[in-house]
Write a protein that binds this ligand. Structure first.
Ligand code: MF3
Ligand code: CO
Ligand code: CO
Length: 268
């Protein structure tokens, strides 16, 4: 009961969390990020995406966490694994990774009731230069969006920072999927767009928790969802990349809950 009345909502319907809540998100984010750290060693040519998901499922349990995705709207896996032209929500399974494949692994865990949602790109073997560049630009786009997060700025400022950087590199930002508020729930208000105009959208306030998770395509931005009702792919079959962090707005900027505990970051 107490939990339901703690904190407040903004006029835009965005929950404002309290100082003490940052500790819960920090722990959930740390677990999700350390699983992404550890799965990296398994990403080699010849492995199946299903084997990667099996490892993630067991790591979630080993950390005493719960998978947020198993049972979510009927989804049955502990991760989404999106290979090459798959934009997001790729379903792990029998697919065997080949040398040069690029893939996003997205993990969401629940720890003590708090949700940690994060994804990164990986390469099986050696990627070509264009693919490496796509991954680099996507990560830098995410970090530029996050750099725009501080009280008084708007969600449009985040989207604009990402879009301006990505498009200046002649790549495109996916419009059909967005980031989201999270905390004690997986998906909440607001929709965090990865494109936009400076100064547009809701004003950022200390205590907001949300994800930034831009998807960037080498070709056109349009996507379509396959018959499995999950897998989103680029319409033009061009390569797509994504990185995701869960963050909390602080008095002066933001805290990244899902930063790599091992200090890993993408380097082509
Ligand atoms: N983790 C994804 C996100 O960033 C959501 C995955 S939902 C699933 O919001 F059911 F596909 F796993
Ligand atoms: Co997310
Ligand atoms: Co995610």
């Amino acid at each position: 009961m107490l939990e339901e009345i703690r904190g407040r909502m903004t006029r835009d319907g965005i929950r404002i969390y309290e100082d003490a809540d940052f500790a819960g998100m920090r722990e959930a984010g740390r677990v999700a990020a350390s699983i992404l750290d550890d799965v990296g060693a398994l990403v080699v040519p010849g492995v199946t995406t299903g084997a990667l998901d099996d490892f993630i499922r067991s790591e979630v349990a080993r950390h005493g966490a719960v998978s947020a995705t198993i049972g979510y709207k009927g989804y049955q896996h502990a991760s989404c694994i999106s290979v090459n032209h798959v934009v997001c929500h790729g379903i792990p399974g029998a697919k065997v990774l080949m040398d040069g494949d690029i893939l996003n692994i997205d993990v969401t865990v629940i720890v003590g009731g708090w949700f940690g949602d994060t994804s990164r790109m990986y390469v099986a073997g050696q990627a070509n230069r264009k693919a490496e560049r796509l991954i680099e630009v996507t990560h830098e786009g995410l970090m530029r969006g996050i750099a725009a997060v501080k009280p008084g700025n708007t969600f449009g400022d985040i989207g604009h920072a990402i879009q301006a950087y990505v498009e200046s590199n002649r790549m495109s930002v996916v419009r059909d999927f967005c980031g989201h508020g999270l905390g004690r729930v997986f998906h909440a208000s607001p929709n965090v767009l990865h494109y936009g105009r400076p100064g547009s959208g809701a004003v950022l306030e200390e205590g907001m928790f949300f994800t930034v998770e831009p998807m960037v395509n080498l070709g056109r931005p349009e996507t379509k969802v396959l018959a499995d009702d999950w897998t989103a792919v680029t319409r033009d079959k061009s390569l797509s990349a994504q990185f995701e962090h869960s963050i909390g707005v602080t008095a002066t900027g933001c805290e990244i809950f899902t930063a790599s505990p091992a200090g890993k970051f993408f380097k082509p």
